[in-house]
Ligand binder design. Sequence first.
Ligand code: 26V
Length: 824
Amino acid sequence: AWTKHQVGGFKDKDAFESEVVRHVETTLARSLYNCDETAAYSATALAFRDRLILEWNRTQQRQTFSDSKRVYYLSLEFLMGRALDNAMLNVEQKDLAKDGLAELGFRVEDVIQQEHDAALGNGGLGRLAACFLDSLASLNYPAWGYGLRYRYGIFKQEIIDGYQVEVPDYWLDFNPWEFPRHDVTVDIQFYGKVLTETNDKGNAISQWEGGETVKAVAYDVPIPGYATPTTNNLRLWSSKAASGEFDFQKFNSGEYESSVADQQRAETISAVLYPNDNLDRGKELRLKQQYFWVAASLYDIVRRFKKTRRPWREFPDQVAIQLNDTHPTLAIVELQRILIDLEGLEWDEAWNIVVNTFGYTNHTVLPEALEKWSVPLIENLLPRHLQIIYDINLYFLQTVERDFPGDSDLLRDVSIVEESEPKMIRMAYLAIVGSHKVNGVAELHSELIRTTIFKDFVRIFGPDKFTNVTNGITPRRWLHQANPRLSELIASKTGGHGFLKDLTALNKLELYIDDKDFRKEWAEIKYANKVRLAKHIKATTGVTVNPAALFDVQVKRIHEYKRQQMNIFGAIHRYLELKAMSPEQRQKQMRRVSIFGGKAAPGYWMAKQIIHLINSVGAVVNNDKDIGDLLKVVFLEDYNVSKAEMIVPASDISEHISTAGTEASGTSNMKFVLNGGLIIGTCDGANIEITREVSQDNIFLFGHLSEEVDDLRYAHHSGDHVVDPKLVGVFEEIENGRFGNPKDFSDLISAVRDHGDYYLVSDDFSSYVDSHAAVDEAYRDQEGWITKCITSVSRMGFFSSDRCINEYAEGIWNVEPLDTTKDK
Ligand code: 26V
């Protein structure tokens, strides 16, 4: 039988140490005497990387020889965070590394902190992809991720005078986790024209002659599974100029500058991650990114399939491709093009293969986030693809006309081509038509897409094509790594670390709910996590917060639909109430720290105003002698994955307060509860399923339901829209200049008061305030609170991304894990 890390691990601490020393002295060319923490990090990372890559090799061999079906997860974003801690924990050798580093004079925690986050994503969608890679490897699925190797990840956020300032995130100076594969390249075409000829059978044969070629170079990132030899691959494509005679000629004929310019233009494709989340702006460079990445990935997948020498009809038995939102939808068109133009298959046979290969996951219902590309743009950049899209649409609309004769409204509504000026290609519709399964990411969201934005497609394809796979999170990073003490405490009560592989084992904790020592240690761990966060707050903002106060956290991308504005209005309301009290009354109140974090898209004016208001309120409240510890308001700069690992375990209550029906799932809600924090939230996304699991008694729900939203919005425009009186009081104080120049915040107020309050801030405000009062009362009873927390954690097993990946594997991909115990 296998010892778990026969290949990947170090024999012992000394073996690890000598590898670190070797890397310091040779790879880094430094002496041990001037080895600082940065060098210690580099050498440790290189030492672990060396071991991982041996396992990576064996995994690839095993998967190739077993000839099993592979999953390809196509995502424009992988929000990975740091890799070293995760690698150490997944190969179960962090203790050994800790001891080894200690002998060399370093603390493992300090060494880990040296690593730059791999921040190739915006928020939930990118982090979900990262959790999925961890689960796929941990469950031994043969799976690859495909993405783009951005030179700049999501920008770094600085807060200067209360305003967000964006700083570029150049992260590739030293990245030990990637392996350039200069031998794995694909030439990608753009522009050009389509040549159509008629062959001897009288069939039209189309060939695309590109006008411009860019080279895709593969960079591989090993993805270690937890406590398993499986190490999967994440392949990221980087763009560079296709060096050919053309360049060479230019160069020799003295056009040095223009040949350099060509190179830079090519490299621009993978230069930067688009920082919008939930907003589609239809920029040509973004379309170029999408096709570049999709074409390179498909070439790679097809090349691998061809090596098996199977007939094309077996492609879907070997390959499952999952589309993470519509961003990779061109893959559907590209595979059809490969099959008909390059491989000579008939349209119907090819299309059957395509549909059986792809699955599409929708992550949002917000109309402004649904991708559409203008026909002239596609026609220019990808002329052959536009023809194929028109043909896909034609055949699709023919089946609709056959099944629903004479329904011209339906034909117009479901057409992949929107008849606007200019015409637009609706990418979600193309993804639905080209996939065999479409899923939403939480029950409510999946129900909403079936009954609203995609309802016509349910009529056409039947209900079975549309399914739900509720999101999950990896307990390795979001419990074991982020909260090591809690992980150990849970292990001590549940019979070891098995819960990290089967999270439902958490239910054993319910047996200890009355165990005094257990409860005491539980409370101590939460307190210690709060102390650590309090130190970070002090060091980064200068604000002193009391770790005994209730920590109330909202960290996520800043967006009106997520309603950080309602949270800060609530904090202002709390402040005004405290100010109005007598000192005696005040002393009876609960202490609060209101903690915010998150990035605004650089062009999102309202989101930036929200950040400015939070900081302006903090500046007043935090320096008010009447208030002291009773209320602090802090904004944490540059929220990212590694900060989340510190913030999440320190929360008492976290806010998931989107307008009902707008947050597809949310995943941080799961992370907070798993770490022993409670939630205040709306009946939206996965909050609903969290409630089902932990029970109504252990969550603070408020606000209108998604069924009510349309009517409320309609009523707002009927003239008699009244703003909640408490909120009126808040607006008055802002407009009095209590928090600085009121003009800076006037758009936030008028969105609610004068422009229809689209996100229902006023409608939900009083129940939000009441719900916070209930939180205070519950927190006053510390024993009752701890009971709620332990009970909730014990019931969170469902939200492991392992459960989620198993559902995709069975219901969408039809793939099975590989038995890793069979190889010698
Ligand atoms: C859309 C677009 C539109 C084009 C420009 C750039 C861009 C970048 C990202 C997106 C994706 C928006 C969808 C999204 O992030 N959805 C989030 O997905 C999470 C994982 O399923 C889910 O938990 C969140 O509720 C959902 O908002």
